[in-house]
Write a protein that binds this ligand. Structure first.
Ligand SMILES: Nc1nc2c(c(=O)[nH]1)N[C@H]1C(S)=C(S)[C@@H](COP(=O)(O)OP(=O)(O)OC[C@H]3O[C@@H](n4cnc5c(N)ncnc54)[C@H](O)[C@@H]3O)O[C@H]1N2
Ligand code: MOO
Length: 406
């Protein structure tokens, strides 16, 4: 049969082949202001240009003094001046205390700070501990105690968020080198997508795929080919792929007479990485390569398209944008039993309920590969392989459907 699924690969094989392709992706680097770096991956390691704190600083509003001098002065020490954050204080004169505010540098000669409410300021202008004298070194943040100069602040591949904004800004960085977004062309096709088709259907896959890809940080351009004509398809695919790093098609990849996507891509010189995966839904997933560029051909059925995008396409996109972290799966106890068909890996949308022990996963009713609504009722995807059937109460790992988690 034309374009048949005779050489399908197993789920893990497909994932490995895709990871291998992602490792070949010609990464582009750009410098962006910190505010524009959120969600992007650091393109290089970033090291501390100075220790933090840079100098010994006060952790309290109070008084700095030499511990030995205060211990020896039964009537307290006279106060000489005040230091606030931002000042470079004069060295402490011998036999004096100095008023210091939180964040101020400790004057040379002081080795102890006490909070002002733990000290008494006498009418003669001398300060002394109200009760016990604090220990030497108390309330002083030591230079470099948080991290030394040269510390690795960011490792290449770290996905940047608010925590890294603070870390980079505190070191005076205003911009950072990140991996440039991958440019993705999404092409939906099919005669039923023509508005004037006798039985016209809405294109729901393009907006879905665009949303998933944009959430992952990719730049997306959408194309629609409202026909099954091999010529129209071929021309549109060539044009779309010429402008993109990654081509994503949806529909027209099974074995029907009008399923022309595979032939069209082969006609453009693309080579098949794999044709079909032993999964359900999503079996027709086909990946091709052409001069370091990759084409993901997703099934037209919306549910199958969603699963293929979440499980196979997004890891590629993330890895191509420098993020090599494993997907953050969550553990939970399944409240249903499920045995996969021999030789087939199943993906089941599940809802997640918080219980005392953690999460409980319930299967969301679904009519199968064409289902769209099941995904808005589900919050994670459970993978079940034939050799590991799910049993009630068993703890399994599920892949959250939203990047922000459950
Ligand atoms: N003889 C066989 N028939 C089919 C097989 C098979 O192995 N042998 N595989 C089935 C499986 S599994 C799937 S999944 C589908 C996938 O087919 P295609 O990828 O070729 O998709 P289409 O036939 O073009 O469309 C299928 C279905 O999806 C709707 N669709 C298409 N594009 C969109 C879109 N952009 N937005 C929303 N919905 C879309 C389309 O209208 C159809 O209803 O093939 C099985 N057949
Ligand atoms: O892969 Mo299809 O999505 O099973 O119907």
């Amino acid at each position: 049969m034309r374009n048949s699924f005779t050489g399908m690969v197993a789920c893990d094989t497909a994932l490995q082949l895709i990871a291998g392709c992602a490792a070949q992706f010609p990464v582009r680097v750009m410098r962006v202001p910190l505010a524009d770096a959120l969600g992007r991956c650091a393109a290089e390691d970033v090291h501390a240009v100075s220790a933090r704190p840079e100098a010994d600083i006060s952790a309290m509003d109070g008084y700095a003094f030499a511990h030995a001098a205060m211990a020896a002065a039964s009537g307290g020490l006279p106060v000489a001046g005040q230091t606030v954050a931002g000042d470079l204080p004069e060295p402490l004169a011998s036999g004096f205390a100095q008023s210091v505010l939180t964040g101020a540098r400790i004057p040379l000669g002081a080795d102890c700070v006490m909070a002002k409410e733990r000290m008494r300021l006498a009418e003669n202008g001398r300060v002394m501990p109200d009760r016990a004298l604090a220990e030497k070194g108390a309330n002083i943040r030591r230079a470099g105690e948080e991290f030394p100069r040269g510390e690795t602040l960011l490792a290449r591949g770290t996905r940047l968020d608010w925590r890294h904004s603070a870390l980079l800004a505190c070191q005076g960085f205003t911009d950072v080198a990140v991996v440039a977004p991958v440019r993705v062309a999404v092409v939906s096709s099919g005669a039923e997508l023509a508005v004037d088709a006798p039985d016209a259907r809405a294109d729901s896959n393009s907006p879905m795929l665009a949303a998933l890809l944009r959430e992952a940080g990719a730049e997306v351009v959408l194309h629609t080919v409202p026909s099954d004509s091999p010529e129209a398809l071929s021309a549109a695919l060539a044009e779309a792929w010429a402008e993109a790093d990654v081509l994503v098609t949806t529909g027209g990849i099974s074995v029907g007479q009008t399923d022309n996507v595979l032939d069209a891509l082969r006609g453009l010189g693309a080579e098949t990485l794999f044709r079909g995966v032993t999964i359900r839904p999503g079996k027709p997933l086909t990946v091709l390569t052409h001069r370091q560029r990759v084409a993901f051909c997703l099934p037209g059925n919306p549910g199958a398209s969603a699963i293929c995008a979440v499980v196979f396409l997004l890891p590629y996109i993330r890895a191509a944008m420098g993020d090599t972290s494993a997907p953050a799966c969550i553990p939970g106890a399944v409240d249903f039993a499920f045995t996969a068909v021999a030789g087939t890996t199943h993906f089941i949308p599940v809802s997640c309920h918080a219980v005392a022990e953690g999460w409980r996963f319930s299967a969301v009713p679904t009519v199968g590969a064409s289902d769209i609504i099941a995904f808005s009722r589900a919050s994670a995807l459970l993978r079940i392989d034939p050799e590991t059937p799910a049993e009630v109460g068993q703890v399994r790992w599920a892949l959250p459907l939203q990047p922000s988690g459950i």
